[in-house]
Ligand binder design. Sequence first.
Ligand SMILES: NC(=O)c1ccc[n+]([C@@H]2O[C@H](COP(=O)([O-])OP(=O)(O)OC[C@H]3O[C@@H](n4cnc5c(N)ncnc54)[C@H](O)[C@@H]3O)[C@@H](O)[C@H]2O)c1
Length: 265
Amino acid sequence: MRLKDKTAVITGAAMGIGRAIAERLAAEGAWVAVTDRDEAGAAQTAKAIRQQGGQACAAFLDVTRPDSIAAAIEAIVADRGRVDLWVNNAGVSTMNRFVELTERDWDLNMNVNAKGVFLCAQRAARQMLTQSPDAEGVRGKIINIASMAGKRGNAPFLAHYVASKFAVVGLTQAMAGELAAHGILVNAVCPGYVQTSMQARELEWEAQLRGTTPEAVRKLYIADTPLGRLEQPEDVARVVFFLASSDANFITGAAINVNGGAWMD
Ligand SMILES: NC(=O)c1ccc[n+]([C@@H]2O[C@H](COP(=O)([O-])OP(=O)(O)OC[C@H]3O[C@@H](n4cnc5c(N)ncnc54)[C@H](O)[C@@H]3O)[C@@H](O)[C@H]2O)c1
């Protein structure tokens, strides 16, 4: 129970990677706020955590809406008194050839993936600045779920998504630099080909764009991964737990690859 008594907030935690992170942090003893724009999905995740013996509540939070971010954090702080861990996980993707990308593709990906991290992290950092530090001087930790596409620009049909995730990695470093003196640690995790509903949609789109089948694209993803399998949400959750734990208290500004070797830098 390494995270006993810690308060954790996870965005986009109704399903996929966010849900796995919420479950893992709760299993390690954290009290978890499962937030999402999908309220019913968030409620289901929170219920599943409670059924497994963990502590969780669900809250509506759309990362593109500052009012909903403020309302969620106010309710959580009223209940718990502080926020120790904030995980920016909510994200979206669409796929298209660069020359056919629309402003809508660009705005959606930038608004949710990049601006959403800015809005949430700023609000979380303002809260953490008001909190007393622990014995090691840590006031709080912010963990951003970026992507392999935040380091590898050569990702077919994902130029806009790549731009949004490079932004997350850059923002992680800038925030880490500014907030370090205040005991707020900021890191990113960069997953590879993770088997979630986002990936299921991407398999269909990429198959269409390449004129092949989703199964053939799935094989390409596996062939691109030296460890030889698709990544699972739990693979990401394990590393988020490490960053959340005190074992990672001298790590800030990192963007950690968790991709089975699909991209190395
Ligand atoms: N699946 C992958 O291969 C992969 C790889 C690298 C990085 N990522 C990143 O991991 C994160 C989670 O991805 P996933 O694969 O679990 O996706 P997913 O689509 O399965 O789940 C995303 C969740 O985010 C929520 N969400 C979307 N927009 C939101 C908003 N505006 N406000 C609040 N919640 C919102 C959705 O309701 C959903 O519950 C994303 O940031 C994604 O970019 C995914």
